[in-house]
Write a protein that binds this ligand. Structure first.
Ligand SMILES: Nc1nc2c(ncn2[C@@H]2O[C@H](COP(=O)(O)OP(=O)(O)OP(=O)(O)O)[C@@H](O)[C@H]2O)c(=O)[nH]1
Length: 342
């Protein structure tokens, strides 16, 4: 068990209301004042159905990490899409699943909490998989939320349409229609970019009237350090199997400008070398060995991949200093979960 974890607590819950910038009045071509809409949209669904890939496609930039491993997303990540007459704040949520650890329970709770706070829900159902008990479980929750009070509007987003032919898609759309009373059903492919604009329009129509909440150029509410730690985790997830992906957590310890000749001497921003120091946590010694690899080879690969993404994010070259530590059974330990920000 490590005892030098930095306590980080990413804000993974309630949508805070940021200061509204005073934007220009929207006017349509004939001079009439156009209605401006704004609000929060949660993308929910089972793990691996394409929620994060869709979030990125809608925002037009990578604000959420994705992977072929289920249960990649662990926080409610907000992406912002600003259009002429609407601002859509997307909340990408962890996949709803049968929890096996305390972390799993907390992630499901986070999704429930998020559902209670948004204006619209995009319920993601992959076109290449039959509707199953996991989908029905989510649908029941949504139906219950709408019973007797004004719950969120619910759009069925049929994802990954590029993986099926027209006939299968038609059959799937009919099955989706039977699942619950949706306000709209929109088939999309985030990978091919099909119907992304249509979905955005459909979502915007369901939002309440309201002002722009974030500045035009803000694409996410994630902090720089949280985005960096996610990019490192994404790189570490590649090539690892079975339970290991779930055991990996990443904490950015510091991002500092240092003297190029002495990494421990800090200098003014822009005048030295930008160093990112981060720790990868795993749950067991054996996992530590896998992450580091023979002679450090795997950790080096993780560092190279993550560094490329971080350079792109920050807009300059960084030096990435990665360490690996064991935090025994952190997914089941309330104290450790707290320290890791869950
Ligand atoms: N072919 C195809 N694959 C997709 C599409 N969208 C997502 N995927 C793939 O599906 C896998 C899961 O995608 P994610 O976006 O990480 O799924 P998620 O629902 O956010 O997953 P969790 O974080 O586990 O809940 C990845 O391998 C994606 O590349 C799509 O439109 N078409």
């Amino acid at each position: 068990m490590t005892d030098d974890l930095d306590p980080t607590s990413p804000d993974a819950g309630t949508p805070a209301q940021p200061d509204a910038p005073s934007g220009p009045e929207d006017r349509s071509a004939d001079g009439e004042r156009a209605t401006h809409r704004s609000g929060f949209v949660a993308l929910v669904g089972r793990p691996n159905v394409g929620k994060s890939t869709l979030t990125n496609a809608l925002v037009g930039e990578k604000v959420a990490i994705t992977s072929s491993k289920p249960q990649t997303t662990r926080r409610a990540i907000r992406g912002i899409v600003t259009g002429e007459n609407a601002q859509t704040i997307l909340v990408d949520t962890p996949g709803v699943h049968r929890p096996r650890t305390l972390l799993g329970e907390r992630l499901n709770d986070l999704v429930r909490e998020t559902l209670g706070e948004v204006d619209v829900v995009g319920f993601c159902l992959p076109a290449d998989q039959k509707i199953g008990p996991g989908d029905r479980f989510i649908a029941e929750d949504l139906v219950e939320m709408r019973t007797g009070r004004r719950g969120p509007r619910v759009i069925a987003v049929v994802t990954k349409t590029d993986l099926v032919n027209r006939d299968l898609l038609a059959q799937h759309l009919m099955a989706v229609d039977q699942l619950m009373d949706f306000d709209e059903i929109v088939p999309i492919s985030a990978v091919k970019g099909d119907q992304i604009d249509v979905l955005l329009e459909v979502i915007a129509k369901q939002l309440p009237e309201g002002p722009q909440l974030y500045p035009d150029d803000q694409l996410t509410e994630e902090s720089r350090d949280d985005r960096i730690s996610e990019l490192i985790r994404e790189a570490a997830l590649e090539g690892v199997r079975e339970e290991l992906p779930h055991s990996i957590a990443v904490v950015v310890e510091e991002v500092v400008e240092t003297d190029p000749d002495d990494p421990f001497v800090h200098v003014e921003p822009g005048e030295g070398r930008l160093v990112v120091r981060a720790t990868l946590f795993v749950e067991r010694d054996s996992q530590k060995g896998i992450i580091i690899g023979k002679g450090g080879s795997r950790l080096k690969e993780v560092g190279t991949q993550a560094r490329g993404e971080i350079n792109h994010l920050i807009g300059r070259k960084v030096h990435l200093d990665l360490r690996v530590k064991v935090a025994k059974e952190w997914q089941r330990d309330p104290k450790q979960l707290g320290r890791l920000g869950f």
